[in-house]
Design a protein around this ligand. Structure first.
Ligand SMILES: Cc1cc2nc3c(=O)[nH]c(=O)nc-3n(C[C@H](O)[C@H](O)[C@H](O)COP(=O)(O)OP(=O)(O)OC[C@H]3O[C@@H](n4cnc5c(N)ncnc54)[C@H](O)[C@@H]3O)c2cc1C
Length: 368
């Protein structure tokens, strides 16, 4: 009844969606280096609030009915033998392989170790650091930096909190200036010091930071929300550097295949599709890829059906919580300037639960 072996490397938002879509049609093996799904969207609050320590970790055990899960780190893809190679030396045969290894984010939005307990220990450490710091510096005024500064301020009304951003306005990728102004007004009214046009780097002394003009900030704790690195070093080390672009992202064609390869796909944050690297994009790419894999496996011969071409997402809402009961939502309006909605919409859409019930349901669990 099964059409072939599909190995999905990476059980993040894209990998989980894809594995579930193909479960039952193909023999699916989902490989991840950690034991549980990491709901990264909830990670900033988990880095600050003890009550959220365990929220981002959702077991994989209810995800697949037919397929299997393998905990292990992929270190290579043997295209001649059609096998994924794990760090343990184990080899997983495939008819189709999907690279869904995402990107690495700075602390606290990271999963360190393999088990939920190991990751929880690192979150508890961040919480302790935040609870005892006198001055916290957050670097990066995009959605993550703004959200984290707000969480820290609300958890530590007595601490000094500074947000430094290299650009001249916060949330400068939002497409218009209003969301950035709103975020600045909220932060300043909550006594967060916001430094704009400040490209920070660590200073020479421990606990000092310096911007490009030489201004020195002393802080006993810092978090960097300054972008991501695709998880593709393992591909480079395995001799597939030619699959990557200069930024280290996997180059894909419009069917989301690695250029020139019929049986290797790449989805989500890891690939070079030019769009905002956000969850809705990862999910939409997984859906297109599931269709294309089914088509490929069901008609491998000369009469192959046409694949579906992926259309990058141009408009997606940007939701930035300021704690659990406030924030802003930028809603793109076709042909016009985006609408910026306030605390009611943002609280319902994201701020209160950080989309945890939605992700729990995706993994086969109840919302709570
Ligand atoms: C703080 C924060 C908040 C965010 N909030 C939002 C939001 O509100 N809305 C939104 O749309 N987007 C949000 N994002 C972006 C979103 O998290 C990413 O777009 C999303 O995680 C991409 O999913 P992915 O499946 O491509 O990668 P990931 O979710 O990163 O998953 C990749 C998986 O691959 C595994 N892996 C990596 N290397 C290997 C290997 N060699 N072998 C085996 N497994 C491996 C990892 O363990 C991981 O499970 C947020 C990001 C951050 C940091």
């Amino acid at each position: 009844m099964y059409d072939g072996d599909v190995v999905v490397i990476g059980g993040g938002y894209a990998g989980v969606r894809l594995a579930r879509r193909l479960d039952g049609t193909a023999r699916v093996t989902l490989v991840d280096r950690k034991e549980v799904f990491f709901h990264r969207v909830a990670s900033l609050r988990a880095g600050v609030h003890p009550a959220w320590t365990h929220t981002p970790f959702i077991p994989y055990d209810r995800l697949l009915r037919h397929g299997r899960l393998v905990t292990g780190k992929a270190v290579g893809i043997d295209t001649a033998e059609r096998q994924v190679v794990l760090a343990t030396g184990e080899r997983l045969p495939y008819d189709v392989v999907v690279i869904a290894t995402g990107a690495d984010y700075p602390e606290p939005a990271r999963f360190t170790g393999t088990t939920a307990e190991e990751a929880a220990t690192s979150f508890a450490e961040h919480q302790r650091d935040v609870a005892t710091a006198e001055h916290v510096l957050v670097v990066g005024g995009g959605p993550g930096g703004v959200e984290l500064s707000a969480e820290i301020r609300l958890a530590r009304p007595d601490a000094r909190v500074t947000l430094a951003h290299s650009g001249s306005a916060l949330l400068d990728s939002a497409g218009n200036a209003r969301p950035g102004r709103k975020a600045l007004a909220w932060l300043e009214s909550h006594d967060v010091e916001v430094l704009l046009d400040s490209f920070m780097s660590p200073g020479t002394d421990f606990g000092t930071y310096r911007d490009a003009r030489g201004t020195v900030v002393e802080a006993d704790l810092s978090f960097w929300a300054t972008g991501t690195t695709p998880n593709t070093l393992w591909l480079r080390l395995a001799g597939h550097g030619d699959w990557l672009n200069a930024a280290g992202r996997v180059k894909v064609d419009r069917t989301l295949r690695v250029e020139g390869r019929l049986d290797v796909f790449a989805v989500g944050d890891v690939n070079d599709v030019s769009e905002l690297k956000v969850t809705p994009a990862a999910l939409a790419q997984a859906d297109t890829t599931a269709h294309n894999i089914r088509t490929y496996l069901q008609s491998p011969g000369r009469h192959r059906k046409d694949p579906r071409l992926y259309r990058p997402i141009r408009r997606t809402p940007l939701i930035v919580p300021f704690g659990s009961a406030d924030g802003l939502t930028v809603l793109p309006v076709p042909g016009g300037e985006s609408a910026v909605l306030g605390s009611r919409t943002t609280t319902l859409a994201k701020a209160k639960s950080l989309m945890t019930p939605y992700m729990r349901r995706q993994l086969g669990y109840t919302a709570a």
